[in-house]
Design a protein. Sequence first.
Length: 400
Amino acid sequence: SFQTLDDLEPGQRLLVRIDVNAPVEDGVVQDDRRFARHAETVQELLADDHAIALLAHQGRPGRDTFVSLDQHAAILSDHLDRPVEFVADTCGEEALSAIDGLERGDVLLLENVRMCEGELPEEAPETKAETELVRTLSTEFDAYVSDAYATAHRSHASIVGFPLVMDAYAGRVMEQEYRANTAIRERAFDGPVTMILGGTKAEDTIPVVEQLADVVDHFCLGGIIGELFLRADGHDLGYDVDGTELFDHQWEAHSETITDALETHDTTVVLPTDLAYKDDGDRAETAVEGIEKQTSYLDIGSETIDRYTDRIADSEAVYVKGAVGVFEDERFANGTVGILSAIADTDCVSVVGGGDTAHSIELYDLDEDDFTRVSIAGGAYVRALTGASLAGIDALECDS
Ligand code: 3PG
């Protein structure tokens, strides 16, 4: 069990970790779903007269989504209908001076915590508690509130370090997402189960295939994940969006585990049989059989969409993590929208997760109520489905 906001005394100085990591295009945040949820936690804290410093991340070093949080402060301010001061520093002098001036009823947002040395990589909580970030900021506040459920599967300093050295509480988003995802797990695997796994993060997806292979009937793959498995199956293709080299990096890091997972679960893992690409500005499709790497493949093809939607129609439960194509471009949204619409048409238990995937629901006017749950979390929610613990929840565990 963990302490929640119900256990927190009013009028304190709080460090609050939120997750407003969002899809970013050309430097601009595209979706405010996570902001809206965290704003509710912050409103509740303001009503209890706390002084609030928010800590958050955006993207990862080296990616084009790795940007400053200045616009995040403005979006939060819109949701809260009050100023949120942006501080262009996380734990240096500028941050400490802003924190010093923080009064009850004030809200400030510190700079992208992933710009701080020691935040990444994943390490033991004890190691993370020793980082300069945790040592510096922990002495400035009375308590730490952990609201970043969507990052709770990462053993990063701002997630697991602070609870070791400070009084720590779960925020409302953390509490609600944790309880909802735990409740879903109890009835998650009754009847035929299909999982649609797309997106870009192999390290979050492969363990899911390995751990749920006994209870999931079909893992239907798309996105970079699908292409990585196709490569392991002997098809030489790559899915580099705008020269990000994401595909090649993921292949270098995970080719062995992907090849093993495909060999072990070849009847459960279902791969695309056709893919879409851009030809003279239009959508074109090609069969995977005999394909050669000539271009970036940006969506699953029509035959694959039909094969996946047939499986969805036969399922009692469907879980989606990550998009199967670059849906932000309407020409390559057929796969993502086709799959979500097929799920929306059934009565099965369904959960859609992943910051980007949830964004597609809004972008294409799908109705959120047609799904059992739309989680703001991606990797954290599928990890919770496997029954594995989340580092950020473990860190909050106490005897009370
Ligand atoms: C997410 O969007 O899944 C979380 O913010 C975690 O981000 P990460 O996958 O870059 O660690």
